[in-house]
Structure formats: C-alpha cells, structure tokens
Write a protein that binds this ligand. Structure first.
Ligand code: PRT
Ligand code: ZN
Length: 283
C-alpha cells in the first residue's frame, strides 16, 4: 500500500484528484474525512494542508505527494522530486510599488521585503549580494506595502491581476513553479514498485494531455511534403481514400506545435483536417 498526500482544499486539489482519476484509480468519496483508500489500486490518499506536505513525506508519514515546487523548495525537506505535473503553474516574483525606482536586484539593498517565502527569498538575495530585511507574513502579501509592512513584496503570481490591482509591478522572477510529484527517498521495495506503477500511469495521462490525434485528406502527390511537416510518433499511417489519387493520413502532434503545423498543412494541400483528443499515450 502506497500512501499519497494531496492538498485537501485549494488551488492544487482539483488538478491532483483529476490526475489520479484519469490514471484509472477510483477513490472513495471523501466527505469530511482526511483519508480514503482506492478501490482498484494499492493506494491510500491523505488530504492535508500544502504547507505540511513536504515534512510528512520527509518523515515517512506519507510515501509520496503532490505539492507545489515552491513549497518543496521553501521547506527544504529531504524528498525526491519525481516529476513535474503540468498544472498549478505560477512563479515566485518580486514586485515593487509603481513609484519604486527599480534598476535590478541592487535596488533592494536595505529594503524591507514582505513574503511567505523567506528561505527562497533569502537564498536569492544572498546569491546576489543584497542585504535586505525580510518581513515574514503568512497571507495577503500583496497588501503589505499599503499597510506599511514592507517596501517590496515577494509572492506567487499567476495571471498578475492581484499585483496589478494593488498597484504593484512585477520586476523579477525568483522561481518558476508547478505541481510536482515528490516521494520519500527511502521507500521500501514494495512501495517503490507501486510508485513505479503509479508513475507509469501518470506519464501516460500527461503525455496524452499534450498530444492530439490528427487525420487529414491529401492528394497523393502532396503526401511527401505533408509527412515532412508531421513529427509523429514514428511515421504517419497513410490509407487510400475511395477517390483515386487521394489518401488519408493519421498521426499525433504535440499540442504546443499544433497551430503552427495546421497552418503549414493547409498550405501544403491538406483538407478535411480532424483533431481528436487522446486519452492515454503509452511509450
Ligand atoms: O490551505 P492550504 O495551506 O493547503 O492552501 P494555501 O491557501 O496555502 O495554498 P493555495 O491553495 O492558495 O495554493 C496552493 C498552491 O497552488 C501554491 O503553493 C502554488 O504552488 C500553486 N499556485 C498556483 C498558487 C497560485 N497559482 C496563485 N496564484 N498559489 C497561490 N496563488 C496566489 C498568490 O499567492 C496571490 O495571492 O494567487 C494570487 C495571485 O494570483 P494572480 O492570478 O492574481 O497573479
Ligand atoms: Zn498553505
């Protein structure tokens, strides 16, 4: 049995539950409980506050967890980061009031910086030889300058609208973050084998999320040109259509390349382009 912690309620809860569900793991409805077992996989889920998660993994209270990289770094817990999970993306940034004359990290010399991330911020400042006062606050960091708790803030940003509505300008990114899978570095053989199986499923789900299945029709004399545009898994399948001189091509493309490729495909003579979601990709 592998014990995995996820955030009980907050920005990472839904993404964590969805990833587990899409991995084909069915979990009891939790209601108000703090833990639940899976029906069809040797896994037990614990629902915790994100701040506590790295320490629980380091102490072996849970074997693995899904948590933001920002929290893992801040807590400096002894855990293995297994892989990035592609959701919960944000960045830890420095932001200054509009009137603050910012000309690089040296401008922070002697400033008072409000943050919930003193460890990461302290490391950043000392690596740049800046000495500043770190004011630790646990929430609503963005209002610190308004209430006199700091000249500058260091906080998580995703859209940037919180900073903007508080008259703050983002000036440096200190850390890029997203949800990550972490594990205890000292798992037993049995637990490590279950984690391996869990990871195999997660990999298949995440690869599929970033991949689309494409089918299109093309005149036979355009096939070579179109195949060159398609970085498929191996090579695309080419099937004859019931119209002489025409074929149907099937392949997969990465979501990131998709729009660029589609334009080029049309330019190369492709017609009837269909794009379908993929549920799992096993490599
Ligand atoms: O109760 P618990 O302690 O578990 O939750 P929490 O309230 O401490 O954390 P929560 O749910 O807010 O965030 C959990 C994790 O989500 C964080 O540790 C990050 O890894 C990730 N994440 C992703 C974010 C954001 N995006 C984010 N935008 N965490 C916080 N924010 C906050 C930020 O602090 C600021 O107040 O959102 C605001 C900025 O958002 P924008 O869109 O206006 O820029
Ligand atoms: Zn928290």
């Amino acid at each position: 049995m592998l014990r995995i912690a996820i955030q009980k309620s907050g920005r990472l809860s839904e993404g964590s539950r969805k990833l587990i569900a899409e991995s084909g793991i069915e979990v009891e409805q939790i209601g108000a409980r703090l833990r639940s077992a899976a029906y069809n996989f040797p896994l037990e889920l614990l629902y915790l506050r994100d701040d506590d998660i790295p320490q629980y993994v380091a102490d072996g209270v849970v074997d693995a967890a899904i948590v933001g990289r920002n929290i893992v770094r801040e807590r400096e817990a002894e855990v293995s980061v297994i892989r990035d999970l592609g959701f919960g993306r944000c960045r830890l940034s420095l932001a200054v009031p509009k009137a603050f004359a910012y000309n690089g990290p040296q401008s922070l010399q002697g400033a008072k910086i409000a943050t919930s991330y003193p460890t990461i911020l302290g490391g950043y400042l000392s690596s740049r030889g800046v000495s500043a006062e770190i004011q630790v606050i646990s929430g609503s960091v963005e209002i610190a300058p308004t209430i006199g708790l700091g000249d500058v803030v260091c906080d998580l940003v995703s859209s940037g609208s919180t900073l903007m509505s508080n008259g703050l300008v983002e000036v440096e990114t200190i850390l890029e973050s997203e949800a990550v899978l972490i594990a205890s570095p000292t798992l037993s053989g049995e637990k490590a084998a279950i984690l391996e199986k869990f990871l195999f499923r997660i990999n298949a789900v995440l690869r599929a999320r970033n991949t689309k299945y494409i089918t299109l029709n093309t005149p036979n004399d355009s096939i070579a040109r179109i195949v060159e545009l398609l970085p498929g898994m191996k090579s695309p399948s080419v099937l004859p259509l019931n119209i002489p001189g025409w074929s149907s091509l099937h392949t997969v493309v990465s979501e990131d390349d998709f729009w660029v490729i589609v334009e080029k495909l049309k330019g190369a003579g492709a017609q009837g382009i269909l794009v379908l979601p993929i549920e799992k990709v096993i490599e």
